[in-house]
Design a protein around this ligand. Sequence first.
Ligand SMILES: NC(=O)c1ccc[n+]([C@@H]2O[C@H](COP(=O)([O-])OP(=O)(O)OC[C@H]3O[C@@H](n4cnc5c(N)ncnc54)[C@H](OP(=O)(O)O)[C@@H]3O)[C@@H](O)[C@H]2O)c1
Length: 498
Amino acid sequence: MIAVSIARGRHRMVIAEHKHLVEQGAQLVELRVDYIVRSVDLKRLLTNRPCPVIVACRRPQDGGKWARSEDERRMLLRSAIADGVDYIDLEEDIAGTIPRFGKTKRIVSYHNFQETPANLREIYDRCASHDPDIVKIATMAHDPKDNLRVLQLIADSEIPTVAICMGDIGTASRILAGKFGAPFTYATFHQERELAPGQLSFDQMRSIYRYDDINPDTDVYGLIGDPIGTPLAPLMHNASFHAMKLDKVFVPFRVPREHLEPFLGYCRQFGLRGLIVNTPHKESIVPFLSATDREVDHIGAANTVVIDGFDRSGYNTEFKAALESIDATLGRGGEIDVLSGKTAIVLGAGGMAKAVAFALRSRDVHVAIASRTMERSQELAHKLNCRAVEWSSRHSQNAEIVVNCTPVGMHPHVDDSPFEGDYLRRSMIVFDTVYNPEQTLLIKRAREKQCYVVTGVDMFVRQSALQFERFAGQAASQEVMRQSLRKWIGAAKTSMAE
Ligand SMILES: NC(=O)c1ccc[n+]([C@@H]2O[C@H](COP(=O)([O-])OP(=O)(O)OC[C@H]3O[C@@H](n4cnc5c(N)ncnc54)[C@H](OP(=O)(O)O)[C@@H]3O)[C@@H](O)[C@H]2O)c1
């Protein structure tokens, strides 16, 4: 179950949001009455309530907004119990002063916005000593392992326990709470109205992570990186898992650089069966892999890891996806390699440029690298046995293939292009790895000039489908992935316009 927190200043808004949430399928809401500006009218909030309610009234030290006296707050909490509210949330330091009454269930809670303390079990025992029906522990995560510590507390507790980590490092604990036995997790009414750092919205919990379907046997897959950015991989992979009725969930883990090695040591305890690897770990993860494919050996970077017991096998799907995307556009088939012997200019010298340039070199394409920072181009060119050219001379290379591996043209800078349209010629291959928007200015100009076109969406979907195949042992529905990516691109465009 998901407890959705409602925190509004006016009773009218609280009641309206409660009704709306129940229409959307919510089965439990937390009313944060500390947000109500005027004197709290519990009868108005609780009479004819459309679903069970937790009443919580937080002090500022617990992350709340209560501005009146502590006596008034305790009076309010007692009144909520007398009015027969379904659950009352009592902080552990006051729970002993407010006794059980009637049918109201007691949530005895502990909040720590600074850290996830070492003595979690002691804190649990303290909460457990105040006659709870449920123990709630919410702490700030600074280490990805904090997620595991709170989840293990849930699993080991005798009293039903909701234990979650706050902060963007803690998101995984919110999604996986149910897998470890928590009676519910918390979510916000809307993603732009988080009440605690790292909280997800009710809609994200349900439509992206399908929280209610997660159970002790659910296989977990993770995106690791830092920063984690917009987690598109969970969006696309969870949509595919759902479409194919697989008991698997994809979860984002922010893993700072220095935490990679320990994370790999304990990650199986989350139930993790596979990882998508993002910046800055693609290269640094390689020494920790027990097996690698040819592409990882070539590039020295892995973006996909399959975990089987203590084995970790690494793959690079960007390499393959780049070539498959070009081949699909050209309609490649038969014996003759139409790429072999062509000349390409690769714009950028970062991670994507490396994978694409390696892929092109593997098909005997003559590659020139152009990036703003000549040293980066030279370093990559040296590894690939190809040329580095000045950024300013990118148009004069007589290239038959142009690949943009820079962010130029990405939302919101949609009027920028890394390559002037005047230099595009018919039948050139133009590949823009930028996927937001799909139709970048470069792609539009290339279509006008009747070039062969490969978009960033083609590439992203293809590489995600290759990752999915590694994880699920069966082909993904590329259409489901494409639709979920396009839906996100559309939503991002709308929210930027607003
Ligand atoms: N379709 C897909 O599947 C997919 C997946 C991941 C990424 N991408 C795309 O690939 C792009 C690059 O990702 P990455 O991981 O390679 O990033 P990265 O490692 O940070 O490299 C970015 C490269 O772009 C250059 N650059 C940045 N801003 C520039 C500007 N304004 N003008 C010219 N060059 C500029 C950088 O040059 P300096 O070194 O001089 O800064 C660097 O060479 C992303 O922006 C994304 O759109 C696509």
